[in-house]
Design a protein around this ligand. Sequence first.
Ligand SMILES: Cc1cc2nc3c(=O)[nH]c(=O)nc-3n(C[C@H](O)[C@H](O)[C@H](O)COP(=O)(O)OP(=O)(O)OC[C@H]3O[C@@H](n4cnc5c(N)ncnc54)[C@H](O)[C@@H]3O)c2cc1C
Length: 376
Amino acid sequence: MANSWRRERWDSLRLLTPNWQSRLPGLRYEGPDPDDYMTVAEVTEFIEHFAKVSRAPARTGVNVTSVRQAGDGYHVTTSHGEIHSRTVVIASGACNQPTVPQFNDAVPASVEQLTPFDYRDPSRLPDGRVLVVGASATGVQLAAELKQSGRPVTLSVGEHVRLPRTYRGRDVLWWMDASGVWDQRYDEVDDLTRARQLPSPQLVGTPERTALDLNALASMGVELVGRWGAVRDGHGLFSGGLRNVFSLADLKMQRLLDTFDDWALTHGRDAEVGPPERFAPTRVPESTRLQLDLRSGEIRAIVWATGFRPDYGWLDVPVIDAKGQLRHAGGVVDSPGLYALGLPVLRRRKSTFIYGTEDDAREVIYHLARYLAVRR
Ligand SMILES: Cc1cc2nc3c(=O)[nH]c(=O)nc-3n(C[C@H](O)[C@H](O)[C@H](O)COP(=O)(O)OP(=O)(O)OC[C@H]3O[C@@H](n4cnc5c(N)ncnc54)[C@H](O)[C@@H]3O)c2cc1C
């Protein structure tokens, strides 16, 4: 139960979604701090509580090792026996394995390498400079924590999504929710493939509602370098295009804030929020290092915060594309009776968030029920 939250998260992690947004069908946060962010222990408890109140017939500690088409449905092999089922819903998560670029093989063995699944807290890392690769939610959070532990930190920054924690006095995720951005459907999104690959926003959930963008990290003393492209002769080679990457992220944030302002104005909500705000552009460092000598001993550890991917190693149905992604249309998988939930922009922009599943699940299960009814 709540396996990914129990085993695959670091100690200090809090949700970046506020408590009022932690909702599952029939269960919502009812504690005293709706604007705070749950710790990992609180998320685990919330999911366990949901299992109890929903009375879902959950069997825990059961590993599915194979699903294959058989007769009028699917033959499922598990660590606790075999099951035949006419339909299967794949809800095995979008983040089963950390993604690490292949050139990590060429990193000298003297540099310790970790993924967010290995990382628990700074004390497990050797002393000395840490290179954090990736500046999305995981990367910015770990870079800040490592810097605060007293280590020098270099952060390699590629494409990213910049967001303020609060805007006009409200959590930025309130705006995403209220203005309908997160409800945008998969069949209304202009470029669905791209929307499904968008990096997570640079957000952290702290009681102080701290913004954790690159300006905040640079002010803390985190060194910023460009996207890591290759390792050659023991040197990490980094792109020099930070200015472009920063202005693109600033521009997209600006456009999103404009959308919020328009929405507030046209929906008569202007008076209940603060005045429009504009944020300083991301500061471009005067000079950035394009190479780091990984053999010099300066970099002692690398944390790969380069994203996560699903693992379908157990799925023996030919529905995985060349990029390792499930072929589906809004959760209806390309094999009769097979369904999916919890994948990026499955049916809406909010699909991978805890509170995003409810609307998707209702529609996917409606399709599944019709499929069964027609066959009966
Ligand atoms: C670092 C991080 C931070 C996040 N922060 C937030 C946040 O702030 N707010 C938010 O709403 N969401 C957040 N998410 C997304 C979050 O993971 C999802 O909202 C939520 O956990 C999705 O639930 P899920 O059940 O779809 O997937 P998961 O939580 O991944 O659960 C999938 C389950 O399936 C199990 N499983 C996989 N394969 C098999 C198999 N073969 N047999 C049996 N079981 C299997 C896994 O063990 C796991 O228990 C975060 C994700 C990550 C990685």
